[in-house]
Design a protein around this ligand. Structure first.
Ligand code: HEC
Length: 123
């Protein structure tokens, strides 16, 4: 089951719709809102949005993860963070319960970070 789940690929167009519905109330790609800016989030270090006041839990998760450089956002840790933010980082973050939705969101965020996703705005 787990291996099969990992093979499910994300769809950036669906991911953008999910982003608008689930994330854009708190996140933009242009500036900080109640959540940090997600501009170029892939390969960006955790706590990378300048001027954003991160939680103590997130700061301590970053200190732990940066020892192995796992504090750079990639598909694996974005998926883990969205699936179970408390387990991943201690943060009381919004949860995305469905694996396929996380995949679609991750694909959208990745393409958006690389500038290969040409639709949509900066929310
Ligand atoms: C209710 C507001 C809210 C919603 C909804 C929300 N977030 Fe967040 N997000 C935050 C806050 C606040 C933080 C900082 C967490 C902390 O400091 O503990 C954060 C942090 C993050 C980070 C880490 C950023 C960094 O700079 O290290 C990512 C990635 C992220 N959110 C993605 C998402 C995605 C994708 C969604 C939609 C599925 C989403 N968030 C929905 C408020 C929100």
């Amino acid at each position: 089951m787990r291996r099969a789940e990992r093979q499910v690929k994300g769809n950036a167009v669906k991911g953008e719709t999910l982003f608008k519905n689930m994330c854009a109330g708190c996140h933009s790609f242009a500036s900080n809102k109640s959540g940090p800016s997600l501009d170029k989030i892939f390969n960006r270090p955790m706590l990378g949005a300048k001027g954003f006041n991160y939680s103590a839990a997130m700061i301590s998760a970053n200190m732990r993860l940066q020892k192995t450089e796992d504090n750079y956002w990639n598909k694996t840790n974005i998926m883990a963070f969205l699936a179970n933010p408390v387990a991943f980082s201690g943060s009381n973050h919004f949860v995305v319960g469905e694996h396929q939705k996380r995949n679609d969101l991750a694909k959208f965020l990745k393409d958006k970070s690389r500038g290969v996703y040409l639709f949509g705005g900066n929310y």
